[in-house]
Design a binder for this molecule. Structure first.
Ligand SMILES: *Cc1c(COP(=O)(O)O)cnc(C)c1O
Length: 424
């Protein structure tokens, strides 16, 4: 067998540039290995991962329990399609619905697919349960949202880069300002055909915008008042990232020990993805109670890979890790340290305006224009100093390490961040 030489970073980058579509602009670092909070590049340099694949790797890279579940299942049975039953899906559905406090789960693969599923479910419920006239249903969404990349989802994005020359778009969406209850109330009162309100509990991609205290609870109350489904996209905020199992879940029958906050913020439709698999495999899900989910009948919706035995086994292991390793508590505790340290640093450093976030989903605002390259340049220097992060929008840098980080590692990372920014 021929020995394949390890590519250099430059060779790997050149290959992607030549043979791959240019739909991303990656930070120039080529990774070949990951373990826990660390990743290594092809030259062997070690980094702290402060992106966690957009919060998919909450359980840390290559978590042995998740990898074992995946490889065992891959050796046993990988895919049947839903034309037949398999012995893993039902167990996973029971475990996940009990964990999050819903009657039923619909399994998909990617976050965007789960969002699409939620939109279809919401519309069908509107026609068959709420009684809206067919084709009239409206779903309220928020400005600066990020829900994925399908044609329907970008129809209600307001990012020109994501939309330009991809039309015509899907109708049936009303866009309002995020974190604005008056706008929501007005939209609900003006339109009798509203079926749902789709919202991110924290807008991650937009730059980690945390809404005002009480916003989600009040929005949920408005939805209840107008018989409108509250649809929470927790693809990024879910699975312990924000210091609780879910950012919305207040359902005290669920397994989240930290659920003390706003008990009324229970989604009618919950969307999960990313860390549902700990980053090992694409697994997403939509959860709802029977009164909603039962509108879906055989043939209405599906996915060849959705609910496959590997996905089911991986998700059970990934959720087990979150519970058994107390990742929500850890994210909560380390997040407070991170924001306190960075807020104190911002006081003394002109380049950092502020820090914001919840749990271990945080961002710093760089004191420069959105068009400036300062945030990017800082991320390049952070890379040189052994920490990987990426700007979200222009001058915002998101910091979202795996939740298996310990305090000593976090303090080490905080000094890397402070020292790096101080060099500017
Ligand atoms: C990443 C993300 C999605 C899309 O997930 P994909 O798996 O990339 O399709 C949807 N919603 C939110 C909030 C996300 O962060």
């Amino acid at each position: 067998m021929a020995v394949v030489d390890q590519l250099t970073s430059q060779q790997a980058i050149d290959l992607e540039n030549k043979y791959g579509a240019h739909n991303y602009h990656p930070l120039p670092v080529v990774l070949s290995r990951g373990e826990g909070v660390y990743v290594w590049d092809v030259e062997g340099k070690k980094y702290y991962d402060f992106l966690s694949a957009y919060s998919a790797v909450n359980q840390g890279h290559c978590h042995p329990r998740i990898v074992d579940a995946m490889t065992e299942q891959a050796k046993t049975l990988s895919l049947t399609s839903r034309a037949f039953y398999n012995d893993k899906l039902g167990e996973y559905e029971k475990f996940a619905t009990e964990t999050f406090g819903f009657d039923k789960l619909l399994p998909m693969n990617t976050g965007a697919e789960a969002v699409e599923t939620a939109l279809k479910l919401c519309r069908k419920w509107a026609y068959e349960v709420k009684g809206i006239e067919e084709n009239n249903a409206q779903i309220i969404v928020c400005e600066n949202n990020f829900h994925g990349r399908t044609t329907t989802i970008i129809s209600f994005s307001n990012d020109p880069v994501a939309r330009k020359n991809f039309g015509p778009f899907t109708n049936g969406f009303i866009k309002i300002e995020y974190d604005n209850l008056n706008a929501l109330e007005e939209a609900l009162e003006k339109n009798k055909d509203v079926a749902g309100f789709l919202v991110e509990p924290i807008q991650g991609e937009a730059g980690v915008y945390v809404p005002s205290e009480g916003y989600l609870a009040a929005a949920k109350a408005l939805c209840v008042k107008h018989n409108v489904l509250f649809i929470a996209d927790e693809v990024q905020t879910g699975i312990a990232r924000t210091g609780r199992l879910l950012a919305t879940c207040g359902n005290c029958s669920c397994a989240d020990k930290n659920c003390s906050g706003e008990p009324e913020v229970k989604a009618d439709i919950l969307i999960l993805g990313k860390a549902l698999s700990g980053g090992a495999y694409p697994v997403s899900a939509v959860m709802a109670n029977d009164s909603i989910m039962n509108v879906i009948k055989p043939g209405n919706h599906g996915s060849t890979f959705g609910g496959n035995p590997i996905a089911a086994a991986v998700a059970v292991a990934a959720l087990g890790v979150v519970k058994d390793e107390n990742l929500a508590e850890n994210a909560q505790r380390l997040g407070e340290i991170f924001r306190k340290e960075l807020a104190a640093f911002a006081e003394t450093n002109d380049l950092v305006n502020s820090v914001r976030g919840k749990g271990l989903l945080n961002a710093i605002l760089i004191n420069d224009t959105e068009e400036s390259s300062t945030a990017w340049d800082i991320c390049i220097k952070l890379r040189d100093n052994g920490l990987l992060a990426k700007p979200t929008h222009g001058n915002i840098i998101r910091f979202a390490p795996p939740l298996v980080m310990n305090e000593e590692q976090l303090m080490d990372c905080i000094s890397i961040i402070k020292n790096t920014i101080s060099e500017f």
